[in-house]
Design a protein around this ligand. Structure first.
Ligand code: ZN
Length: 1036
């Protein structure tokens, strides 16, 4: 194999000569455009690059323009302005650009002639897009839905402006704080040939350097997707900066320039070359091939690119000149993909990895697990906004809104805001406070724009005749029971859009001022309701200031699959007319009854101690499982230090460093838990707990639910003692999990975690708490294999968590820290009243057998991240009048999808898709929601017929695309790699160096098969169904 590659190398690279005329060149991008290497020598790939954070210390706009340079000296526009002339002047020069959020801003400002020049540079591989996402997303706190979307957005920009030469071949996660296996799997499915990153645990790095395994094949989905999820992965030697002494940025570095006039006193070429050879050899000894990569650049560098390039020109010239004297070191301008290509050509067998790179520690006391929970309300807002974006895209597609409706423009505003929010200093919570506000403002603006799209879609989907429906209003603070529409109107209509293509049972909870309400459902029948007082923990949230509501109206709904359902709500004057709806509320006294309090429905029961009000037992009644379980809130004191040495590392927005292993009770000694609860036999039972003035909780059990919801309200975290605190919700059981626990990766596959252990090296843990924390994007569970019991907890946003002792699960919910060393400011969110942020969230707790649990948590996780979207109108109308003019329920699918299939994407392609199209194509993604061994039935492969799927349009043809929707799958070729374990199918003696794919191109049968965890992406051509054209709703 090696010989074969050498022959190719000679043919390819001895004839290489970069054309100098930009305007007459043929497309020569990709691996063929790489500068020549020298076989037998150590080739040093100099990769000029800039790392441009899409917001961090400054906002994304401030970084772009170079505003607020007293905060950080950085102006991205000048970087691109400055680099392009350098590339034009010399065909051997290279530059990579990564963050499309910035590049798209710059591109908009350019003249046609400059765009033409830049297209020429891209076509020749001199300017290369690497990664190509809207941002370099965080990997620990992001959801896969948003990761896929933000890459699709960046890829779409590149495809439309640069065609295939704009398609990135290499992923580049150089600064993210640890690395997720799911991200690697998604990258492989997007068609990337490889991934490079900068940060890995210091012990892991030392071990890999010693064993020469910094570069490997990462198996992104070993149980489910196999080869299609494997990704060649390289850990960079110098994180992502240049070697010491070789940094020549005008604004950010202080290495001596190369002073090469021998007549001058400061002539330093011999010194520089001696340092160079030492640095090259120091690095090369830890890597397997004759190639090493030098990342020549760093944060916001190259705003005066000449300084970098002039010195690198000299470095290359003088170093390579020594080859005549026998030196075996060869320097060249290169890119990550050109480096990757040489690794591939080396024909080696590489080690494999099956776990992930979490948690990341850069020294014994700096474990980066604090950011898993930092800025919990921003994390929640990002998750909810993803939900809203999916709803908007679906409704835009189902209603077939046209560009005249401005929907594409409006949706793009939210897509871009979401792309920015996935950045590794955005949803991660590691940005400065004003930047966090900027991210939230962008999301809010995008949501406002998309509310217009939803209104337009309802305008098309609701009418039975010519009457136009009233405009919808939205309540974006229902999570804290605040909604002007439901509080100020005695009569209103509620529309619930369900973005899941299956019917969903959903309990509506609306803030109201009255005691009694009548609710009429979509078919005209009365719905059972319940009115409860708003819990004390909700009432104390300062952001509710202005709300009039004192009660919550609750009723059950059955929602149309991928469609809307309407409810007619009216306040009744006299509550005595409806005596059955009055809810009995029982207060728990301190002396109390002798009977414990039990919340119970058909499926589960929860028992609370009659004196303390704390949980003591949970039962699954169907499977006769009963475990002792307590739940409480405790906190760690965050360590405060000046960071002058490892042991003085403070806890901060990135790093979780508790002051010891001890946790503390949130209650002050004089205060006991106050509890009161509602009687059984209702739609919903609630138990209100007060742990301390700043920690309260409502435990909620719905009539038909298999889970209990623990809705917590935490904050303001007191700092009167000048000590930072990190608050956890802790569940303690008698389950024996033997040190193992399980967490999801980005909301998809489950990874096994083992306390005080890493799969690939012998761990020496100095931080026994923080070092056992892992990202929880959607769920964490422990199993007692002997008892066949699984306790599963789902969350509503990304958080950090662990099982520190057997039988325990702890999840960090909020942190407030006062140390200012890392960012110049504390992680001290103060909320709307300036007293300290109050955070509201929920944990959903399931108890069942091991084999029954996957079906529960997979379904609930989907319902959480694709929750129903509520909107309102306030017409003074009766159901009977209304239903003459408007549909009261409607579904976008002819039949529900199978229970293991998730409709991941349904949207209009903003431009046109990558496959030739006769009309405006759509983008469709279907996903198998289960892993291979999770459920006896639901883990099986499943077929979906596209032909008869949607009600408003039929699908006439479908072309399968890569996951990032930038290439027909049949055109994808990925570099093949051989693994040392010999298990890969590509390690055959097949002479083709590329992996080929067989994308489905469907015309006739239009039936798609999905295997466990598979996502299939289609560009679909659609034809409007005749019935919809004629607006005869009853038949669709
Ligand atoms: Zn960064």
């Amino acid at each position: 194999m090696t010989d074969y590659f050498c022959i190719i190398a000679v043919i390819l690279y001895t004839v290489h000569g970069a054309p100098t005329d930009l305007f007459h060149s043929t497309q020569n991008c990709g691996y063929e455009s790489c500068n020549p290497v020298k076989d037998g020598m150590i080739n040093v790939h100099l990769v000029p690059h800039t790392h441009d954070d899409v917001g961090w210390l400054k906002t994304v706009d401030q970084y772009y323009y170079g505003d607020q340079n007293d905060i950080a000296l950085a102006g991205v526009q000048y970087i691109l302005d400055s680099v392009i002339p350098q590339l034009i002047s010399d065909p051997s020069k290279r530059f990579i650009y990564v963050e499309i959020a910035f590049f798209a801003r710059w591109w908009r400002e350019q003249t046609d002639s400059m765009r033409h020049i830049v297209k020429g540079l891209v076509a020749e591989g001199r300017l290369e897009f690497i990664l190509g996402g809207w941002s370099m997303d965080d990997e620990a706190t992001t959801h896969y839905n948003a990761i896929i979307d933000q890459h699709t957005l960046g890829f779409d920009f590149l495809r439309q402006n640069f065609n295939d030469c704009g398609r990135p071949r290499v992923a580049w996660q150089i600064d993210t704080f640890g690395h997720s296996r799911e991200q690697a799997s998604l990258f492989a499915q997007m068609g990337f040939d490889g991934l490079f990153f900068g940060r890995l645990d210091f012990q892991d790095k030392a071990n890999r350097l010693k064993k020469k395994t910094m570069e490997m094949i990462w198996k992104g989905s070993p149980k489910n997707l196999g080869q299609t999820s494997e990704l060649f992965t390289g850990a960079l030697y110098n994180q992502y900066g240049p070697p010491s002494g070789f940094c020549w940025d005008f604004d950010h570095c202080d290495s001596s320039p190369i002073m090469d006039d021998e007549r001058l006193h400061d002539y330093n070429v011999p010194t520089v070359l001696a340092d160079l050879f030492k640095a090259v050899n120091d690095q090369a000894v830890h890597y397997q091939t004759k190639h090493i990569i030098w990342t020549m650049g760093s944060d916001f560098q190259y705003d005066n690119a000449n300084v970098w390039y002039k010195n690198m020109d000299k470095l290359i010239k003088y170093a390579n000149a020594l080859q005549a004297n026998g030196s075996n070191i060869n320097l060249l301008y290169s890119t990550p993909s050109c480096y990757l290509y040489q690794l591939n050509k080396a024909g080696l067998k590489w080690t494999t990895k099956e776990d992930d790179f979490f948690p990341y520690s850069n020294d014994p006391h700096s474990v980066w697990t604090g950011f898993l929970t930092s800025r919990p309300t921003l994390k929640y807002y990002v998750r909810r906004t993803n939900n809203f974006l999916q709803v908007t895209k679906q409704m835009d597609a189902l209603a077939m809104l046209e560009d005249t409706d401005n929907s594409t423009y409006n949706i793009n505003i939210l897509k871009e805001a979401m792309g920015v929010a996935q950045h590794h200093d955005a949803v991660s919570g590691t940005e400065k406070q004003p930047v966090a506000y900027d991210y939230a403002t962008r999301l809010a603006n995008g949501v406002n724009e998309c509310q217009k799209v939803i209104n337009d879609a309802y305008g098309k989907l609701m009418p039975l005749g010519s009457q136009k429906p009233p405009s919808h209003q939205f309540c974006t603070q229902l999570n804290i029971s605040f909604c002007a529409v439901t509080e100020n109107n005695k009569m209103f209509q509620l529309y619930i859009y369900n973005p899941i293509a299956r019917s969903v049972e959903y309990y509506v909870k609306l803030p109201v001022v009255g005691q009694t309400y009548s609710v009429i459902g979509p078919d005209g029948t009365a719905i059972e309701t319940q009115v409860l007082p708003i819990s004390p923990d909700t009432m104390r949230i300062p952001e509710r200031n202005g709300s009039l509501a004192t009660n919550e109206l609750i009723f059950p709904t059955t929602l149309q699959p991928l469609g809307f359902t309407t409810y007619f709500i009216q306040m009744e004057a006299d509550k005595k007319t409806n005596p059955n709806h009055a809810t009995k509320i029982k207060h728990l006294s301190k002396s109390g009854d002798s009977d414990d309090i039990v919340l119970e429905n058909l499926f589960i029961s929860l028992t609370f101690d009659h004196q303390t009000g704390r949980l003591k037992n949970m039962k699954n009644k169907r499977n006769n499982i009963s475990i002792n379980m307590t739940q409480e809130f405790r906190f760690y004191y965050g360590f405060d230090g000046n960071d002058s040495r490892d042991e003085l590392q403070p806890s901060n927005s990135y790093i979780f460093r508790p002051n010891g292993t001890q946790t503390y009770n949130c209650s002050t000694p004089s205060l006991t838990t106050k509890t009161y609860y509602t009687e059984p036999g209702e739609l919903v039972q609630e138990l209100h707990q007060t742990f301390s003035p700043w920690v309260t909780q409502t435990v909620i059990l719905y009539e038909n639910a298999r889970f209990a919801e623990f809705q917590w309200t935490v904050g303001p975290i007191p700092i009167d003692d000048k000590l930072g605190k990190e608050v956890i919700s802790k569940f303690t059981t008698d389950l024996k999990n033997n040190g193992f626990f399980y967490t999801d990766a980005n909301g998809r596959e489950i990874l096994e975690r083992r306390r005080d252990h890493r799969d690939t090296w012998a761990l020496n843990l100095s931080e026994p708490i923080a070092g056992n924390y892992y990202p929880i994007n959607s769920r964490i569970f422990i199993q007692d294999q002997i008892a066949n019991v699984q306790l599963t907890i789902l969350n509503d946003r990304s958080q950090g968590g662990a099982s520190i002792q057997d039988g325990e699960i702890e999840i960090m919910v909020h942190r407030r820290l006062l140390n200012t060393v890392s960012l110049g400011e504390a992680l001290n969110e103060t909320g709307s009243d300036g007293k300290g942020l109050v955070v509201r969230g929920s944990h959903y707790v399931f108890l069942d057998t091991v084999e029954a649990s996957a079906a529960l948590h997979r379904e609930k996780a989907e319902e959480l991240f694709m929750a129903p979207q509520l909107s309102f109108t306030t017409e003074q109308t009766k159901y009977s009048d209304w239903s003459k003019n408007f549909r009261t329920m409607w579904s976008g699918v002819k039949q529900a999808l199978p229970p293991n299939v998730h409709l991941l994407t349904l949207e209009q392609f903003a431009g046109t898709g990558p496959a030739p199209s006769q009309s405006q194509p759509y983008l469709l993604r279907l996903e198998h929601m289960y892993e291979a061994d999770e459920d006896p039935t639901l883990s099986k492969p499943v077929n979906v017929s596209l032909q008869e799927l949607f009600t408003t349009f039929e699908i006439t043809s479908a072309t399968e695309l890569t996951l990032g929707a930038n290439l027909p799958l049949s055109q994808l070729e990925r570099l093949k790699w051989m693994s040392a374990d010999g298990l890969d199918t590509e390690s055959t003696d097949d002479q083709d160096s590329y992996l080929k794919y067989q994308g489905l191109k469907l015309h006739d049968s239009l039936t798609v098969t999905l295997t466990p965890m598979q996502i299939r992406t289609f560009q679909i051509e659609i034809k409007i169904r005749q019935q919809f054209k004629q607006s005869k709703p009853d038949s669709i």
